[in-house]
Design a protein around this ligand. Structure first.
Ligand code: HEM
Length: 481
């Protein structure tokens, strides 16, 4: 090792286990860096050392170093999520898998998403139907907790894709109930340090050990129930296939069918992937849509331009002909809006990595075994990369090619780049396409902003008052009737 190499500047803090974790995860607006990052960057620069989640850690808000970390997965770094995550999710989740095992399962996941694109018309029609039914259920309501509604929407979309279940199927309801119990263990995972002020404040009623124990039993039970429901659906299909005299030859298959017909996957791997997709496909997209509703709700000018863009796309279609993937891609302002909400909203604030060997980057040395955290929001809110970075301005993306933009990494990068980004994008476009002509809305509480806990959530679930609009252009279901 050359002599001029040194550890990044910084401090580990005084508490051996907790280090600086509490300051790091202290809840803050997701469209800000948070006090911890702000102070450390000011003092030490964009790359600094600290002690987080029980490990010596290098934190990076530096765009080049973040790319370097993500592009060197398996060579210099690997995913390294807090120990509670494998405990909750099991060993067969993609977040926990590394190396060849991860590569193989990821290949299967990418295949699932590309089949969704191949059957574009059916995919879009499924999502259309779910959103129409959801918005019909708002007809007699004056107010909504929007995050509850966007969660219903994204959950229904993902269970439709994975298991062909409809919103009213009893299995969907059962899955959602169990999923919520299961997720309680997941979201609290990185902050589950007993006795800390944060835990006390957040979940006072759960600090007694027997309650924690009960929660853990319920969680395991919930995971068992989820795999049980999926297992039952699979067994039912196997029986039907045998009764019909063999596998169906063509027709659109849902993800479970595709996983079954893959042949090379164990039962654990199939259930692991189903859980991955449920987790990935639910909260993140639901929050992205809520962020957009919050931001554009305060911007009448953008709102009316967006309405015009969607109405124009609708007008080009005959009667109830649905929009296509490309029609949504061609909506320039909608694309800019989604990018801006991803940039400023920071649905995923950072990802977890560790150095698997000693790494030299510029003047810094990172010892093997250290945790490394590329902070995605650090890039998105960097004033040297984005003008006026704390301002919501979709038009900043008008002349940018997002695919090659180095200053934009909401879906991570490299070998772990989010495989669900297209689905997240499509869900969001279709939701907006139905919302914009049907309703106007007003946020009810000014301070109800997206917060980084560090998982993203709204303080109060985003309460909005809604009002039906007299539809200026025929929406799909009116055109059909
Ligand atoms: C706004 C929506 C979304 C955002 C911001 C998002 C963000 C991310 C990020 C940053 C990663 C990288 C994690 C890492 O590097 O450790 C990731 C991975 C992943 N995402 Fe998403 N995601 C979104 C939607 C989805 C959807 C809709 C699905 C599936 C239905 C999904 C499934 C996954 C999976 C399975 C992985 C693990 C990939 C791997 O380890 O190779 N995500 N996502």
């Amino acid at each position: 090792e050359p002599k001029d190499c040194q550890l990044p500047p910084g401090s580990f803090g005084w508490l051996p286990l907790i280090g600086k974790t509490m300051s790091f995860i202290n809840p803050h607006l997701s469209c800000t860096m948070g006090q911890f990052l702000e102070e450390n960057i000011k003092r030490y620069g964009k790359i600094f050392r600290s002690h987080l989640f029980g490990h010596r850690t290098v934190v990076s808000c530096d765009v080049d170093f973040n790319h370097f970390i993500l592009q060197n997965e398996d060579r210099l770094f690997e995913a390294s999520y807090p120990v509670n995550i494998p405990k909750v999710l099991g060993d067969f989740t993609m977040l926990v898998m590394t190396g060849d095992a991860h590569k193989r399962i990821r290949g299967v996941a990418l295949g699932l998403f590309s089949s969704m694109k191949t059957h574009e018309a059916a995919t879009i029609s499924d999502i259309d139907n779910i959103v129409v039914r959801l918005m019909d259920s708002w007809k007699n309501k004056k107010t909504l907790v929007l995050c509850d509604e966007t969660r219903k929407f994204t959950f229904n979309v993902i269970v439709k894709h994975i298991l062909s279940l409809s919103p009213e199927d009893p299995e969907t309801v059962l899955l959602l109930d169990n999923y919520k119990t299961f997720m309680k263990g997941f979201v609290s995972a990185p902050i589950n340090l007993p006795g800390t002020p944060f835990v006390k404040a957040q979940r006072e009623h759960e600090t007694r050990s027997w309650i924690r124990c009960l929660r853990s039993i319920l969680r395991r039970q919930a995971k068992f129930q989820i795999t049980n429901i999926v297992g039952k659906i699979r067994d039912r299909r196997r029986r039907q296939r045998i009764a019909a005299g063999g596998p169906e030859v063509d027709g659109r298959k849902d993800f479970l069918d595709l996983l079954e017909s893959h042949g090379g996957l164990t039962e654990d791997e199939i259930f692991g992937l189903v859980i991955d997709l449920l987790i990935g496909g639910y909260e993140t997209t639901a929050m992205l849509i809520a962020i957009i509703v919050k931001f554009v709700g305060n911007d009448p000018e953008i709102l009316s331009e967006l309405r015009a863009e969607h109405a124009a796309a609708r007008k080009k279609k005959a009667g109830d002909e649905p929009l296509k993937w490309q029609d949504y891609k061609d909506m320039r302002l909608t694309q800019c809006l989604i990018n801006e909400a991803l940039r400023l909203g920071n649905v995923v604030k950072f990802v977890h990595r560790k150095a698997i060997k000693p790494v030299r980057y510029k003047e810094f040395e990172i010892p093997a075994g250290w945790k490394v955290l590329p902070i995605l929001s650090g890039v998105h809110l960097d004033g040297s990369l984005h003008n006026d970075p704390f301002r919501f301005d979709p038009r900043r993306w008008q002349n940018e090619e997002v695919e090659s933009a180095r200053n934009f990494m909401p879906f991570g990068g490299g070998k772990r780049l989010c495989p669900g980004s297209d689905l997240a994008w499509l869900d969001t476009c279709i939701f907006l396409h139905h919302l914009l002509p049907k309703y106007s809305w007003k946020t009810q509480e000014e301070d109800d902003w997206p917060m980084s806990f560090p998982f993203l959530d709204f303080k109060k679930g985003l309460k909005i008052a809604i009002q039906p609009l007299s539809d200026p252009c025929p929406s799909q279901e009116q055109a059909t009737s």
